[in-house]
Design a binder for this molecule. Structure first.
Ligand code: BAL
Ligand code: ZN
Length: 866
């Protein structure tokens, strides 16, 4: 397969001003008739249409039927040459949604039809210029059996509806120009929950969530989150919704989390359905964030879209930043920041240091589906966040206003976004643009020196970015360093650099812009603890050795919640390293620091839960140049047990204090209480049989999934094997009718470092609840195993790797996107200890040799083997 290059971008010769689609959904096959109004807008008289797995029935140009002499039909294109200024092109194709297991284009999920067109799914529906810079006004007619498919949906507003001879016909019209990737169609026997929203200018919008009948009682929270998102986007960005109707549909078989199709968002049911009995607090928070994310795309993605797929982060990075700020406003902003930064440091740093490392604006790809990555999304969001820090809230808003005003209705580039920020604020962001072009995680080395006599502190900063595939000799970046000085009293003292040009008072940010810079600060009357990169102000690795006592001090006193948490993480990383060397003993100062955190009732309980949680095995691995996953697991387990034993009375008391009867509410304060309660339970149960009994009691009596699942996880982790299995069996009996709950049940065991052995995984692949066609099931079993049950996945005999490779080979044929995503853990082979590394590489090679690979899998495997 050939790589596509950003440098080869050419504007289209023709635009499609209007697109009329007619879908006839029949049992076993679907016919699609399109009428495209073409207008020449660029150089050339050639029109290239994309098409994949289509049966071409007929093609007419300006009413005349064309023969095979009139066009060139390639493997994945249909080309017409010698065209004039304007034409009408009519095409009929036949497709087979029932056989579509890739879940791209039009497919069947259970009893319904649905679509997924981003990035290049529309070409599996009909021949079309399937590229985001071709924006068209769509009218869609759907014809289907009235009894089986009473609900027929597409983008925009409904125009007409009738039933004739047992067939239902509906027409939808979307007045807003859009690229084909935002097209959507749904047909099914669905129930709807309705609500209304009055926009800031007083327009009434009908809000509708369509679900299968058994799920109507799981729609309230998403609707509520939608209304909050709509209001927030008006208040924070001045963005109003622009159609009379906004629809969400829940679908069980879905490759992604959700999709922002204009006016008709389609969601993976796991990212939208919730009620207290079946969804955990984490699921509620995920739903709130994803509903907001998809809604925010209406402006950042749909009204202003991407010129080409190299610009994917234009909409994704910006929209992730927007949804993160929304979630921060709805909940605890510090906790949200900890969660996001922790994920970035674990997953994105690993990607950025591996064979698939790519810039936030890549310059080439083989399969664009492989680039829906944490780099494009989360690192992209961090870049937007840095702009926000550099420009300030007001300056950033001026920039976003200009961006939306200037580019509404256009398909644009990342550079257009930065240009709007630049023009609105009169700043030069040329150097800042490098963040989009250079891959790899920058490393910042920090040296501090305090001169007591001169009352002066100096900070020396040096930056470098490691080589990554295809990139060497990187230039210095503009790195915002949010900074604080903490006095012995625990209070912050004023930060006043001698170089005011490099300092923004509003955000307390130092602008670090050269390979090496030294900043000095006068009037510092005592040696402070230096709190660097507060709020995780830049996505970099920091090399700065705080002493153990400084870390304990920060854990108790840093006014910046993120750094307070991070200080604890650094302490714990050190403990785990010592434990791996057989030299760990929790000292009384550590116990005192943890005790002061757990007993501080003035703190947000959700924050306390994070402060007391050890770094994940995946993050620990990410901090090492080379790692032994089993040693990490054992070291971490030892530290967990010592902490549990040392603070057993604290954990017990904390659990008992917070385990109060209360009606379940998915509200921030209640979620925070449950998170600390369940963390305390997990430590208590590790250290005592009373804790296990408390978990059993909670498992039996819980009236909400957060508490029930937390108790089950504790039993799976700490109870003896028979008791753990008994709880799992009881849980399955209780919930086997609910597929989303069953997924959680699969995850808790397949991701368990106790139960998730290769034998167990193979058993679960044969279980009645498992289904290879459903991506959520695959993720719950194989994804959980390979990403969470690390000591089993990395078993010495290589069986874990073999199991994953077998799954990838199997899915390569049916669902390449999922196959390629599952592969990620195997791409890390170079960082593992040699004994594991060569076993992993051998499995990658076996995949490579296994026969006809999809572009998706080929790209990841071939780049990983280099
Ligand atoms: N655009 C694909 C799904 C999402 O990022 O919203
Ligand atoms: Zn998105």
């Amino acid at each position: 397969p050939k790589a596509i290059q950003l440098a080869d971008y050419q504007a289209p010769a023709y635009e499609v001003t209007d697109t009329h689609l007619k879908f006839e959904l029949n049992d076993g096959y679907t016919q699609v008739h399109s009428v495209l109004t073409l207008k020449q807008v660029g150089d050339g008289n050639e029109l290239v249409l994309n098409g994949q797995d289509l049966e071409l029935l007929s093609i007419r140009l300006d009413g005349n039927e064309l023969t095979t002499d009139d066009y060139v039909l390639g493997d994945e294109t249909l080309t017409l040459s010698g065209l004039g200024a304007s034409h009408t092109l009519e095409i009929s194709t036949q497709i087979y949604p029932e056989k579509n297991t890739a879940l791209e284009g039009l497919y069947r999920s259970g009893g319904m039809y649905c679509t997924q067109c981003e990035a290049e799914g529309f070409r599996r529906i009909t021949y079309y210029p399937d590229r985001p810079d071709v924006m068209s006004v769509f009218t869609t007619e759907i014809i289907a059996d009235a009894e089986q498919f009473p609900v027929l949906l597409s983008n925009g507003n409904p125009v007409s509806e009738k039933t004739e001879d047992g067939k239902k016909h509906v027409v939808w019209h979307d007045p807003h120009k859009k690229p084909a990737y935002l097209f959507a169609l749904v047909a099914g026997d669905l129930q709807v929950r309705d609500d209304h929203f009055t926009t800031c200018s007083g327009r009434e919008v009908l809000l509708r969530i369509f679900v299968e009948p058994q799920n109507v009682d799981k729609t309230e929270y998403a609707l509520d989150a939608l209304k909050r998102s709509m209001r927030w986007d008006e208040e924070v960005y001045g963005r109003e919704y622009d159609l009379d109707i906004f629809m969400i549909v829940a679908v069980d078989d879905f490759n992604m989390g959700a999709m922002e199709n204009k006016g008709l968002n389609i969601f993976n049911s796991s990212c939208v359905l919730a009620n207290p009995a079946t969804a955990t607090d984490a699921a509620y928070q995920r739903i709130e964030a994803i509903v907001a994310h998809e809604y925010f795309h209406n402006w950042s993605g749909n009204r202003v879209t991407c010129r080409d797929w190299f610009q994917l982060s234009l909409k994704e990075g910006f929209t992730v930043f927007r949804d993160a700020c929304f979630s921060a406003d709805m909940n605890s902003s510090t906790v949200k920041r900890i969660e996001d930064a922790s994920m970035l440091r674990t997953v994105q740093f690993a990607e950025d240091g591996g064979p698939m490392a790519h810039p936030v604006q890549p310059d080439s790809y083989i399969e664009i589906s492989n680039f829906y990555t944490v780099t494009i999304y989360e690192k992209g969001a961090e870049i937007v966040r840095m702009l926000h820090k550099i420009l300030g809230a007001e300056g950033f808003r001026k920039g976003s206003d200009l961006y939306f005003e200037r580019h509404d209705g256009q398909a644009v580039t990342i550079n257009d976004f930065v240009q709007a920020m630049e023009d609105a604020n009169g700043v030069d962001l040329s150097q800042f643009r490098l963040w989009y072009k250079q891959s790899g995680t920058p490393v910042v080395e920090v040296l501090t020196q305090y001169d007591h006599a001169a009352e002066r502190l100096t900070i020396n900063l040096r930056q470098s970015t490691p080589d990554t595939p295809g990139q060497t000799n990187k230039k210095p970046l503009w790195i915002p360093v949010q900074l604080g000085f903490i006095a012995h009293s625990g209070e912050d003292i004023e930060v006043r650099p001698d170089q005011p040009d490099f300092w923004t008072e509003e955000s307390q940010v130092l602008h670090f812009r050269e390979a090496e810079q030294t900043f000095s600060f006068g009037g510092v009357i005592e040696e402070p603890v230096v709190s660097l990169f507060r709020d995780f102000s830049a996505p970099v690795r920091i090399n700065y050795q705080h002493s153990q006592s400084a870390l304990r001090f920060m854990l108790q006193h840093d006014s910046d919640g993120f750094n307070r948490w991070d200080a604890g993480q650094q302490l714990m990383l050190h403990w785990i390293e010592l434990a791996e060397k057989g030299r760990f003993k929790l000292v009384k100062e550590d116990i005192a620091a943890l005790h002061s955190v757990i007993s501080d009732e003035s703190l947000d309980p959700a924050m306390v839960a994070y402060l007391l949680a050890l770094p994940s095995e995946a993050y620990i691995a990410e901090t090492r140049k080379s790692y032994d996953p089993v040693a990490i697991h054992n070291g971490r387990e030892q530290v967990l047990s010592e902490v549990a034993e040392a603070l057993i009375e604290d954990f017990k008391a904390c659990y008992e204090r917070l385990n109060v009867p209360a009606e379940y509410q998915p509200a921030p304060a209640d979620m925070a209480r449950r998170s600390l309660k369940n963390l305390a339970l997990s430590y208590w149960a590790r250290a005592s049989s009373d804790g296990i009994e408390a978990a059993k009691a909670q498992f039996k009596s819980a009236d909400n999934m957060t508490d029930q699942m937390a108790a089950l996880r504790v039993l799976v982790t700490c109870a003896d094997q028979a008791e753990a299995q008994e709880a799992l069996n009881a849980f399955y009996e209780q919930w086997k009718h609910d597929s989303l709950v069953v997924n959680q049940w699969l995850t808790v065991q397949c991701g368990s470092s106790r139960l998730g052995s290769p034998d167990h995984i193979e058993k679960m692949l044969e279980h009645e609840a498992f289904d290879w066609r459903n991506p959520n099931k695959v993720r719950s079993v194989i994804g959980a195993f390979a990403n969470q049950a690390l000591c089993h996945f990395h078993s010495e005999n290589g069986r874990g790797y073999r199991l994953l490779a077998d799954a990838v080979i199997r899915l390569n044929a049916s669902n390449p996107q999922i196959a390629s995503r599952l592969l990620t853990p195997l791409t890390r082979w170079k960082r593992l200890v040699p004994s594991q590394s060569h076993l992993m590489k051998a499995e990658l090679q076996r995949i490579m040799d296994s026969g006809s690979l999809s572009k998706d899998v080929y790209e990841v495997v071939s780049k990983s083997l280099v």
